[in-house]
Write a protein that binds this ligand. Structure first.
Ligand code: PRP
Ligand code: URA
Length: 209
C-alpha cells in the first residue's frame, strides 16, 4: 500500500491557513503556494540519489556528494500544479519540467486529459507529480496512468490539500506511489470540493474566479 505522509511542520501549517482564508488575494495565494511547495520539496527529496565527485577546495582535492545531473522531472497537473513548480525548482534547478493537462468534467467530475509533454529523458529521472489539490483522486490517478506508460522510474505525488477519499483512491489504484500532503482535510462536499479546503486552487492562483 502506498505510503502517505502529512508534513506537519508549523511553517507549512501556518502558510496553509493563510491560503485557506477567502480574503487572501491571488498574488499572496501564489506566493504562499510557492513557499509551501519549497518546504515540502525539502522533505520529498530527502532520498534523492547522490554521487561522489572530485572537487578542489582552497586546501585540497576531495570526493564529495552531489545530486545526479539527471535527477528529477517535476510534472505539474495543469493548471493549478503550475503554482507548485517554482518551489521545487528553487531548490533543484536541474530538475526538468513535464506538463499534463487535465480538467475535471463539471458534470461527471471525471478527469479529462487535454495535454501531455514530458522531457525526452523522462525514463532516466524520478518523477514528482505536483497538484495543490487531491479531491476524488481522479486527476492524480489519470496523470499517474499516463506517466507510467512512458517510464518505469519511481513516481511520487505531492499535494498541498487532500481529501481522505482521494488518498484512498490513489492508494488503491497505484499502491507503489508515495503521497506527500501538507494536510488531509475532513472530506468532500456534494460538489466534490475538499472541505474545509481552500476553494478552487486554479481559480485562486490565476484570478479566474
Ligand atoms: C483541480 C485540482 C486537481 C483536481 C482535483 O483541478 O487542481 O487537478 O481539481 O480533483 P480530483 O482529485 O477530484 O480529480 P481542476 O480540474 O479544477 O482544473 P484547473 O487546475 O484547470 O482549475
Ligand atoms: N479542485 C480544487 O481546486 N479544489 C477542490 O476543493 C477540489 C478540486
Amino acid at each position: 500500500m502506498a505510503n502517505v505522509q502529512e508534513l506537519q511542520h508549523p511553517l507549512i501549517q501556518h502558510k496553509l491557513t493563510q491560503m485557506r482564508k477567502k480574503e487572501t488575494p491571488s498574488h499572496n495565494f501564489q506566493q504562499l503556494c510557492t513557499e509551501i511547495s519549497r518546504l515540502m520539496a525539502y522533505e520529498v527529496t530527502k532520498d534523492l540519489e547522490t554521487e561522489d565527485v572530485e572537487i578542489e577546495t582552497p586546501l585540497m582535492k576531495t570526493m564529495q556528494p552531489e545530486i545526479k545531473e539527471k535527477n528529477l522531472v517535476i510534472v505539474p497537473i495543469l493548471r493549478a500544479g503550475i503554482g507548485m513548480v517554482d518551489g521545487f525548482t528553487d531548490i533543484i534547478p536541474t530538475a526538468k519540467i513535464g506538463h499534463i493537462g487535465l480538467y475535471r468534467d463539471p458534470e461527471s467530475k471525471e478527469a479529462v486529459e487535454y495535454f501531455l509533454k514530458l522531457p525526452s529523458d523522462v525514463e532516466e529521472r524520478e518523477v514528482i507529480i505536483v497538484d495543490p489539490m487531491l479531491a476524488t483522486g481522479g486527476s492524480a490517478i489519470s496523470a499517474i496512468d499516463s506517466i507510467k506508460k512512458r517510464t518505469d522510474k519511481p513516481i511520487k505525488l505531492v499535494n498541498i490539500l487532500a481529501a481522505p477519499e482521494g488518498v484512498a483512491a490513489v492508494q488503491s489504484a497505484h499502491p507503489d506511489v508515495d503521497i506527500y500532503v501538507a494536510k488531509i482535510d475532513e472530506g468532500l462536499n456534494e460538489n466534490k470540493y475538499i472541505v474545509p479546503g481552500l476553494g478552487d486552487a486554479g481559480d485562486r492562483l490565476f484570478g479566474t474566479l
